[in-house]
Design a binder for this molecule. Structure first.
Ligand code: SF4
Ligand code: SF4
Length: 305
């Protein structure tokens, strides 16, 4: 697979380094760097002056850290490179608004696969040859952990493209198993995760928090438990009655495509402790006060995604 990268700013550089340092250096056949967003106009009349001069033949285009209208170079780059697949990771709420995402999609031929993972470390296979090949190494984190009361070894089966998963894997060795999720979260912030701390209106949370939920989920799914999650009291949940499922409609994970809250056949809500980030938004939104944070060992389903 040949990857051509369009990059801008510190976030772009971090992703390029993360991908190159963790096994894909030989697949990157070229890169074009745009000036940082502060030096680019928000609205661009004539996009042609921003189209890179040298565009190699490629399979996958990754456009990282580019804000606003400059992203409209993507359709031209896809055409000139003959690429079949595109990844545009979203790390900042104002980076590529939905309207611009739709405009980019409309300008591409129908057979081109394009995804806008928010954040990049939520990317999963989608059934596209090149995007799926990328997710054999990078995307939503997945670990294999050996324990003996403490974390003895951690293998990254799939890691965040910035490289944070490999950093976490090295730095939680020796941590008591019960503290592994908490400690891994500290290490993500030490790395540090470069996603934005601004509230993303589409999900009601920050993209940095969404990244931390996905990383903690990887630890929980490997160990098979968590010590903290929001839990619905099934007895008094009004989901089968008049409630409009405010929890489901406000959970940032659900709004970003993760199945954290689901409705059972009777309409009552269930929270998956594996992906719950304990943001407590559902607790505030539930008008019946039936959700609470449990601080005790709760089993988590191990899965292979
Ligand atoms: S908002 Fe509250 S009552 Fe309604 S479905 Fe969710 S948990 Fe149940
Ligand atoms: S606390 Fe509630 S809103 Fe927040 S992630 Fe968990 S289920 Fe979703």
């Amino acid at each position: 697979m040949k990857i051509f990268i369009l990059s801008s700013g510190e976030y772009g550089s971090k992703i390029v380094n993360g991908i190159a340092n963790n096994g894909f250096a030989g697949k990157i056949i070229g890169m074009h760097e745009f000036p940082p967003s502060e030096e680019l106009p928000e609205f661009i009349e004539d996009i042609s002056e921003y189209i890179p001069e040298n565009i190699p033949k490629a399979d996958l285009i990754i456009a990282v850290g580019i804000h606003g209208d400059v992203n409209m170079v993507i359709p031209e780059v896809v055409e000139k490179s003959n690429a079949k697949s595109v990844i545009v990771p979203i790390y900042h709420p104002q980076q590529v608004p939905i309207g611009l995402q739709n405009e980019i999609k409309k300008s591409l031929d129908e057979e081109i696969a394009i995804v806008f993972p928010k954040p990049f470390c939520s990317l999963l296979p989608i059934g596209d040859k090149f995007i799926d090949e990328f997710t054999t190494v990078f995307g939503k984190p997945k670990f294999e952990i050996q324990t003996d009361k403490v974390v003895k070894s951690v293998k990254v089966l799939r890691g965040a493209p910035c490289g944070s998963s490999w950093y976490i894997a090295e730095n939680i060795i020796g941590t008591p198993v019960d503290d592994a999720e908490f400690e891994a979260n500290n290490k993500l912030h030490n790395f540090p995760c470069s996603s934005s701390m601004n509230i993303d209106n589409a999900t009601g949370d920050t993209i940095l928090h969404l990244a931390s939920y996905r990383m903690k989920e990887a630890i929980k799914r490997t160990l098979g438990f968590t010590n903290r999650a929001a839990v619905v009291d099934e007895e008094i949940c009004e989901g089968s009655g008049g409630c409009e499922h405010f929890c489901l409609n406000s959970c940032p994970n659900v709004l970003s495509g993760t199945n954290t809250i689901s409705l059972k056949t009777d309409g009552k809500a269930y929270i998956d402790p594996g992906s719950c980030g304990v943001c407590e938004i559902c607790i505030k939104e539930c008008p019946y006060g039936v959700i609470e944070v449990y601080e005790e060992k709760i089993s988590v389903e191990k899965d292979s995604k």
